[in-house]
Design a protein around this ligand. Structure first.
Ligand code: C2E
Ligand code: CA
Ligand code: CA
Ligand code: CA
Length: 274
């Protein structure tokens, strides 16, 4: 009889253990990963297409999971958003940036940082970015990358924060441009410095699809709105030439350089002769 009771209790305990772990799963894991310093940063160079000088880099987060190995940001950023941890993870990224770039030397360097909608909507984005700016060397120019989808909606708080950032010398880029559905009237009112053309439009150039006219329209639109353009995902010489001929100012992609750790970036910059 007591054997049965013990067995039931044991099974119940086991069940609770798994149920709890399941529920806490991704959130607890992300928190642990921050504590154990499993996230690290890669930087992908950005070049001026005109003369191929390096103007800066985009920071891209990586997660080295002790069991699963390298996890792509598309997966863990989504998990952080779903579990309400994205703002905390972004602040964690900021501390990693401060550590890695504290000794950064050289000329003006634009640093693109990907940000989450929630950070914009909870009202703390500007404050956090200004704090980061204050802790980085003065030659680093921060560029806040926000996707088109994150900016949609007529939230006065969002507009205010973007204006405050800009007034404090932080530039704003609309990421993945062309994949959302912003109205022209809305875009015109946004204080934005750069449009980042989504890589789907760039890769479409080589597959000979019908997207080239769409790409040209995007380029014209951006310029008419007074923004500079940055094409992401450039993989071939042909794509680079087309974009340059159309007046796209900046480019980023495997054709020039893959994302790399900070020490490699320093070496790369030294040999790229910038
Ligand atoms: P994204 O902001 O559009 O970043 C560009 C992505 O394109 C990066 O993928 C980059 O490695 C990749 N890429 C660059 N050049 C090429 C190319 O020539 N060809 C191809 N096929 N891909 C190229 P990654 O690093 O896997 O990041 C994916 C997405 O995850 C990013 O898209 C961004 O939305 C998000 N992400 C990455 N790091 C962060 C972060 O620190 N915070 C936030 N909130 N999101 C991040
Ligand atoms: Ca980006
Ligand atoms: Ca992008
Ligand atoms: Ca993207």
């Amino acid at each position: 009889r007591w054997l049965l009771a013990a067995l039931v209790a044991g099974l119940l305990g086991l069940f609770c253990y798994f149920a709890l772990n399941r529920r806490e799963g991704p959130k607890a894991e992300l928190k642990r990963a921050m504590e154990r310093n499993e996230f690290f940063l890669h930087y992908q160079p950005v070049l001026a297409l005109e003369d191929l000088s390096v103007t800066g880099a985009e920071v891209l987060m990586r997660w080295r999971h002790p069991v699963q190995g390298l996890i792509a940001p598309d997966i863990f950023i989504r998990a952080a958003e779903d579990t309400g941890l994205i703002v905390e993870l972004t602040r964690h990224l900021f501390t990693l940036l401060e550590k890695e770039l504290a000794q950064w030397e050289g000329g003006r360097f634009k640093l693109g940082v990907n940000l989450a909608a929630e950070h914009l909507h909870d009202g703390t984005l500007t404050r956090d970015l200004l704090a980061l700016k204050g802790r980085l060397p003065a030659n680093i120019q921060l560029v806040a990358e926000l996707t088109e989808r994150q900016l949609i909606g007529e939230d006065p708080l969002v507009l205010k924060q973007l204006q405050d950032c800009r007034a404090a010398g932080i530039q704003i880029a609309i990421d993945d441009f062309g994949t959302g559905h912003s109205s022209l009237a809305y875009l015109e009112r946004l204080p934005v410095d750069y449009l980042k053309i989504d890589k789907s439009f760039v890769s479409a150039l080589d597959s000979g699809s019908v997207q080239a006219p769409v790409l040209e329209a995007i380029i014209q639109l951006g310029h008419r709105l007074g923004m500079e353009l940055l094409a992401e995902g450039i993989e071939t010489e042909r794509q680079a030439q087309f974009l340059r001929a159309k007046g796209v100012e900046y480019g980023q992609g495997y054709f020039y350089a893959r994302p790399m750790p900070a020490p490699t970036l320093r070496q790369w910059l030294a040999t790229a002769g910038s």
